[in-house]
Structures are given as structure tokens and as C-alpha cells.
Design a protein around this ligand. Sequence first.
Ligand SMILES: *Cc1c(COP(=O)(O)O)cnc(C)c1O
Length: 366
Amino acid sequence: MGGAERALVDEVFDTNWVAPTGPMVTRFEEDLACLTGFAHVAALSSGTAALHLALRLAGISAGDEVWSATMTFIGGVAPILYLRGKPVFVDVEAETFLLDLDLLEAELARAARRGGLPRAIITTDIYGHPIDVERLSTLRQRFGFLWISDTAEALGAYSAGRHAGAGADFMIMSFNGNKIITTSGGGALASNDCAMIERARFLSTQARDPAPHYEHSTFGYNYRLSGVSAAIGVGQLAVLPQRVERRREINLRYREQLGDRSGFSFSPEASGVRANRWLTTVRINPAAAGYDREVVRLKLEEHNIESRPLWKPMHMQPIFAGASSHGGDVAEQAFAEGLCLPSGSNMTNDDVDRVCEIIDSVRTQR
Ligand SMILES: *Cc1c(COP(=O)(O)O)cnc(C)c1O
């Protein structure tokens, strides 16, 4: 927590607006709109809920194709299944793990020729690096799909001077406990389309038609964010710039200490991009390093330090066996070699140095 959160929660208690409605929820939505540049934002109970609503608002129904990057977190694709859509996974770039836009463009052109363009595409700003928003906007114009930007990991990141996800039809945010800022649990859906966000609020509060009694012409969900969580969120937004700054410092420190070890490579930052460096990841090429990332992970574990392989690609997950995909080898290779390092904003320089020393102590296994 940053410091202001407790007073803001007190305000919610004092005014008795603890329920998922009221001035603090509105204030959080306005603050998020201001930060991201989107005109309208609905505060929700999770990022997964935000994506579910985005897909529902996009009109996805049984059998509709939704394309997404294969390397992502399950919450960034599972809602496709909630609506019985058909996920199609697209490979990523080797260095940034972002959706491979050359491959995407080629596959979209092929899909257009056979008359099978996807209705929606989900891009994931993985580990806090935003996708090229200008190129996405161009592709969207050319091929006419709905663009949903999963920016759950990239709050406070910028591309070409605009917030991550700018220009998307829908942008989703997450304030889960592990994200760069948190409301304990929460999320948000942003769009420049006022009617869509109004509809998202309607669907997130059980789709109650205007009437003195409970009247329903469709079904909704119980997805609204509570006033208590919104108060925490308003407080957290005040410290987001410091959080981003610290994560970037941690990333730099890892690079400085481990960047020249043979076989180690760190994700670059594309030109014009300011990533939030939510997680620092490293790729370890076993042929060059003399050991693989699993040796490093277990060594850290011996010291009670948690690290984790990169997100396992969706086309490799048992639940998606049989799903279609375009490519996937690059993501598979990245998954085999990549490790997410401890990256919490509250890590001290000594903490980072200790992780580096332990990694440094790993010697060739041959
Ligand atoms: C965390 C995350 C989500 C889901 O957000 P929740 O708030 O945990 O539901 C979706 N996509 C990505 C890429 C995430 O990292």
C-alpha cells in the first residue's frame, strides 16, 4: 500500500458507501480514464470479468473465432470459453513475447482470402511491455476485427506517448494482488464508446431493466467493484508512477549484473516504448550457459526465493488440446528457456543483489 489508501477506505466507511456503487467507484473510474486516455471506464471485480464483458459486448457467441497470443495468462483467454467461442492461438516474438504482428498480418490476409476473418483479437501486453498500438490500429482498420487489449500487466506503460492499449475497442485492466497496483482484487474495462461502457455497467450488476420490481430481458453477472476496493484503487493510483519507476530500476539492476553472462538475454524495450517492467524475465540458452533455467529456478528455491517459468503457451495447455493455432514454436522455445525473476516493487537493491549472487553461483553442469 502507498499511504493514502487507509484514509480513503475510512471515507467510504464514514459515508457508508461500501457497496459496489457510489462516489468512490465513480472517482476510481474517472481516475482510470484520466490515466489511460480512454473516455469511459467501468470498475469491475476482476480483469477476467472485464474480458468476459468485452467479449460479450463484442457479440461473441458459440463458434465465433477469437484470436489471441498463445503466450498469456489463462484469465486472458478463458472467457472465450465462457461464451463457447473458438480460440485460435498466434505465436509471439522471441525477444518480447508479444504477439508476432508480421505473422498476425500474414494470417489475417490468408483468413480474409478464405472469408474467415476473426471477429475479435486479444493482444496481451505481457510482462508490462505494450504492443505497438499504431500497427494494431492499422491492422484493425484494414481487416475490420474488434481489438481487445489485455493490458492487465501493463498499467502505467506507454507506447508512442500513449498509454498501453490506446486505440483499442476495449482495454482491460487488473488490480489483482500480484499486479503493479492492487485493490486486493479488481479490474476495469475501458472504451471510447460510451454506450458500450454503460452496457458493461448494466451487465455487471445483474442486467436489471428499469422497473420498480426486478425485471430482466437478458442475463448479466455480479461483476461490479465494491466501494471499499475502489477506495484502495484511488490511493494506489497515486503511487503508480513510483511503482513503475522502481520496477524499471529493478529490471536495470538485473541487466547490469547478469546481462553479460553467456547465454543470458533480457527483453529489450522497443523504441518509443516505456514498459512498466511488471516482471523482469530472463532467457537462458542452455547451450551457451552450460545449464538451463530449471537449474537456476531450483537454486533460488533452495534459498526460499520464488521464481517461475514464463507463462506456459496456451496451445500447449491440456484444456486447449485440439485448438487451432498459427505457429507456436517461438513461444514453446521461450517457455523452455525463460524465467520470471522476483520483481516486487518493495524489493531493496540488496534483495536484487542477493538474487543475482545466487544465480551467479550456478556453475556449468557439464
Ligand atoms: C492477471 C491477468 C488477467 C486476469 O486478471 P484478474 O484480475 O486476475 O482476473 C488477465 N490477463 C493477464 C495477461 C493477466 O496477467
